[in-house]
Design a protein around this ligand. Structure first.
Ligand code: ADP
Ligand code: MG
Length: 727
């Protein structure tokens, strides 16, 4: 009888692309049809209510309860007209992903009758049990309540029969228990700090926000094959599996033609995204086999991030009906590229001035250099913290592997910008003020900066790419908020410090633009060490980075220490983004999640070893033993010795592997028990990193060795060549 592995492979091969057809209308006709956007608001809200809600979402004006009541009424009518029967507050707990509790609009009254109800209060706030989500000790047992609160800056939308309302998630005392609340607070901080500096350049009354354009990478695996891999089902990555003879060495997958079944999935997905107003722009094959990317046009960071989370949820759903499972893990397969989620980040005004966009005039270029220098300084001073914002149990397998950015944060500027800054450094008295307005500067060494967009260093974790920074260290499974709010916060604090320094120079009599120029020069000088345009994969860089004082830690639990240093706590206090307690809670939570993830991996691996691999390898060993004993009966002793020696070696090899695997699995279990007795979350996570991970790697190596020996027909799990090449 063929093994279950063969049946699954056969089933996978027989799958045909599902023709999703083409919607009967143009994309622009149905784009955003499931979103309570301006078009829907025009139909369902009064002019006055609309004005107030625009003010709230665009200028951060707090909504009054009367407006909330009106919005709720209109939103309910719109949702019901579209067939919705339920609503939910949609939020982003620290578990990753999103959470929702569906509540029916139905409210019984009288004797057996009911009406649909949805009030301003229900729109604005909902109670939720904080104790069932990671909270890092932020709730006392007697006060387990948490609240979700409406975020009017991200529009409500409908999925299936449910109206979804984007919300923040906070504890009874108002502490953040999610990713959205700190992001919104960081927006306020960076907006205010940047607006203060723009005032020097005569730019006023233009709100500053941060922008995000993510690039989501992912793998697709046939669902029949997936269902035979307990590791993929449980932890989203293969814990064992020998390299396929062919993987990505031919470099033929990147931007290759998209396989028919995958294209059908992508098309279907895009239709769903467009209905939800997610502005998907690009789709392509990535470097590894069965790896792909999807990217939208950038949006205000808060909205872009909601869209990313919505997309990830949608991808899981849509892939099912095409017979695929989508993997967001950063390193689902050893030996081929992992997946990231490059976060293209910038700050700019709502009227369209990009603060990292070079200008045409001297003033514009000075402004540009000023903002870039401040970003460099912020990243330099807080490189350990920034790394902590992206390092997770899963992303740690990708960072530092030879395809992804290293686990050392550095910045890449490109030749032209580097040159402009270097010229600035050597220009103490070359700066002349001239012209009609005293703000006009002649800075001969700063040419009109036309930055070379193609000048890319793919090994840099934080690269300037023309009008934005591309933060490439972010993991594919991450909520980008953590990275973006950290960037916003550190930059906000740096901009504030910069302004103080400039004001001091002005007070001493330096003209405004000269003061800015001088301070920009000093800011760049002080942060030059973060700039690196060489090969980030090289060993020399690791040494050099250490010399430059950059954080080289690769262990996530150790890296999380950066969240609670005095420097971080002060920075977050000054910017008002998080309190010391909130930071402490986040560290606890991240450590806790880290330990749990590694523990689950250890348990799955032990299960795979004991129940899947050892029985099969033993069976194969017995078959060989049987063969050898039969040979012994047939051949004369001398000849038997000659003919059986390789087979006996193989039996020995298997027996040794089996003994060692068994021993390692037992020891790993004991080590887990010991780790679980640790006193603090942090020491537990460190134990999982330092003690358990090495077992996982050693056991894997032995099993992968066995995979190459044991009869292919008997091997119980789909192999890499099947997982990666069947689509
Ligand atoms: P690549 O793969 O070449 O890096 P992509 O086109 O896949 O580039 O993605 C680039 C992303 O950067 C897109 O989401 C794009 O909208 C976004 N982007 C472009 N300009 C900005 C900007 N000023 N701020 C933030 N994101 C931006
Ligand atoms: Mg791309």
């Amino acid at each position: 009888m063929p093994s279950s592995r063969f049946r699954a492979v056969d089933e996978a091969f027989r799958k045909m692309p599902i023709d999703v057809g083409t919607p009967s209308s143009h994309t622009s006709d149905y784009y955003g049809c499931d979103v309570f956007n301006r078009k829907a608001m025009r139909e369902y809200l009064s002019e006055d209510t609309r004005r107030r809600i625009y003010e709230s979402s665009e200028q951060g004006v707090t909504l009054d309860s009367k407006t909330a009541e009106d919005v709720a009424a209109g939103m309910k009518k719109w949702a019901m007209d579209k067939g919705a029967t339920h609503y939910t507050h949609w939020f982003q707990p620290l578990t990753g992903g999103t959470a929702e509790k569906h509540v029916s609009f139905i409210e019984p009254f009288g004797k057996g009758e009911a009406i649909e109800e949805f009030t301003g209060k229900l729109l604005c706030q909902q109670e939720s049990d904080a104790s069932s989500f990671p909270n890092g000790g932020l709730r006392n047992t007697f006060e387990a309540r948490g609240y979700t609160a409406w975020d009017p800056s991200s529009p409500a939308f409908i999925i299936g029969d449910t109206l979804c309302i984007p919300t923040i998630f906070i504890s009874y005392n108002g502490e953040a228990l999610d990713y959205k609340a700190p992001l919104l607070r960081s927006e306020i901080a960076v907006g205010k700090a940047a607006e203060d500096l723009l005032a020097y350049f005569g730019i006023k009354d233009d709100r500053v926000v941060s922008y995000l354009g993510w690039e989501q990478e992912y793998f697709l695996v046939d669902s029949a094959l997936f269902s035979l891999r307990p590791d993929l089902i449980m932890v989203d990555r293969t814990l064992i599996g020998h390299n396929a003879a062919r993987n990505q060495q031919l470099e033929d997958h990147y931007l290759g033609s998209i396989p028919a079944r995958v294209l059908a999935f992508m098309k279907d997905l895009e239709i769903q995204c467009f209905k939800l107003g997610i502005p998907i722009k690009a789709r392509h094959n990535e470097v590894a086999p069965n790896q792909f990317e999807i990217a939208p046009v950038y949006e205000a960071a808060n909205l872009a991030n909601d869209h990313n989370l919505l997309l990830m949820a949608m991808m899981k759903k849509v892939s099912e009906r095409h017979g695929f499972k989508v993997l967001f893990h950063e390193k689902p397969f050893a030996g081929v590229n992992g997946s990231g989620k490059h976060c293209n980040w910038s700050i700019g005004t709502v009227s369209g001035i990009g603060l990292f966009t070079p200008g045409k005039t001297d003033n514009e270029n000075l402004m540009f250099l000023m903002f870039v220098a401040n970003v460099l300084k912020a990243v330099y001073d807080n490189n350990a913290l920034l790394k902590a914002s992206v390092l997770t149990a899963t992303n740690a397998h990708r960072l530092g592997a030879n395809e992804a950015p290293p686990a050392i944060i550095s910045a890449f500027l490109g030749d032209q910008l580097m040159q402009a800054f270097d010229d600035l450094l050597n220009s103490n008295d070359m700066v002349k003020l001239k012209g009609k307005t005293k703000y006009s500067l002649n800075i001969p060494q700063i040419p009109e900066i036309l930055l070379d967009n193609t000048d890319r260093n793919r090994t840099s974790p934080f690269a300037f790419t023309g009008n934005r920074f591309e933060f490439r260290a972010v993991g594919s499974s991450a909520n980008c908020s953590n990275a973006v709010s950290t960037l916003n916060t550190i930059v906000a604090d740096q901009l504030r410090a910069f302004k103080e320094a400039v004001d001091a120079r002005i007070k001493d009599g330096t003209p405004v633009m000269q003061a800015i120029l001088d301070e920009t020069r000093e800011t760049y000088r002080a942060s030059k060490n973060i700039c690196f345009d060489g090969n980030g994969y090289s060993e020399e860089w690791k040494k050099e980075a250490k010399k430059r004082g950059l954080d080289c830690e690769t262990s996530p639990p150790k890296s999380y220490e950066a969240l609670t240093t005095k420097q971080t706590v002060e920075l977050y206090r000054r910017t008002g983004v998080m309190t010391a307690d909130e930071l402490e809670a986040r560290k606890e939570t991240f450590c806790d999640i880290y330990s749990k993830k590694v523990e689950i991996e250890a348990r799955i691996l032990a299960d795979l070893t004991e129940n899947h691999i050892l029985p099969i390898a033993t069976q194969y060993e017995s078959r060989l033993l049987e063969n050898v004993s039969k040979m012994k009966e047939v051949f004369p002793a001398q000849e038997f010795k000659k003919l059986s020696c390789t087979e006996i070696d193989m039996i020995r090899h298997i027996a040794e592997d089996l003994t060692e695997v068994r021993k390692l699995a037992e020891d790993m279990e004991l080590a887990c028990d010991k780790a679980n007795r640790s006193k603090t979350e942090s020491s537990k996570a460190n134990a999982y990193h330092d003690k358990i991970l090495p077992y996982i790697e050693k056991i894997r190596a032995l099993i992968d060795d066995l995979e190459m020996i044991v009869d292919d027909e008997m091997w119980p799990l789909p192999k890499y060549r099947e997982l990666l090449f069947i689509r």
